[in-house]
Design a protein around this ligand. Structure first.
Ligand SMILES: Cc1cc2nc3c(=O)[nH]c(=O)nc-3n(C[C@H](O)[C@H](O)[C@H](O)COP(=O)(O)O)c2cc1C
Length: 177
């Protein structure tokens, strides 16, 4: 059953102090109090994708995440790009979500915050399309030069970036309401 009052946020970076994690925290602050906004913290526990284990009783962390996704009204993904591609741990997690149809028709806001990020952003749009996620152009955002737009405390210091993030969240919240 879909919980209309919950959003699951996923960072593609596992780094402590990650800019992407800070962005997800910022977006959580824009979320109305009656919506439960949670940042997923077990991406590192998702095992390498194995089609042989991809059945109704997958590894525990996969089963839990599938359940979180199915129950959430929408998903926010915020990620850097690594080596001109999607971070492996994020793509690996999405591969586990194909057969379960966890993202079918699910509103997804996609933010790629990286040094450049164009390749990962484009690749993720393709992957999320393959998963039949509901992607609205206005709920996607590519933020280049991210390290210059967030200070050491994780505050967004670039006015245009903050404005764009508020715009993405407004559209996304409209989609899940
Ligand atoms: C191994 C590695 C490879 C990277 N490759 C790219 C890249 O191809 N394109 C890019 O835009 N940024 C690249 N970056 C820079 C990241 O975008 C940047 O470190 C970003 O701040 C990481 O996100 P985070 O702050 O959320 O951890 C790379 C960083 C690392 C550590």
């Amino acid at each position: 059953m879909n919980d209309k009052s919950s959003i699951l946020a996923i960072s593609g970076s596992l780094r402590s102090g990650s800019s992407n994690h800070h962005i997800l925290k910022f977006l959580g602050g824009l979320t109305p109090a009656d919506i439960n906004y949670s940042i997923y913290d077990r991406l590192a526990d998702i095992p390498p994708f194995d089609p042989g284990l991809d059945h109704e009783s997958p590894p525990e962390a996969v089963s839990e995440l599938r359940s979180f996704m199915k129950n959430a009204a929408g998903i926010v993904i915020c990620t850097p790009e690594y080596a001109f591609g999607v971070p492996g741990q994020l793509k690996n997690m999405l591969d586990w979500m194909v057969s379960s149809s966890s993202l079918v028709d699910k509103p997804v806001a996609l933010i790629t915050a990286s040094s450049v990020g164009t390749h990962a952003h484009a690749a993720l749009l393709l992957t999320l399309g393959a998963l039949s996620a509901k992607i609205t152009n206005e709920a996607t955002l590519l933020i280049p030069f991210i390290r210059s737009k967030i200070d050491a405390d994780g505050n967004i210091v670039d006015t245009e970036t903050e404005r764009a993030l508020r715009g993405v969240m407004k559209v996304f919240l409209g989609e899940i309401s």
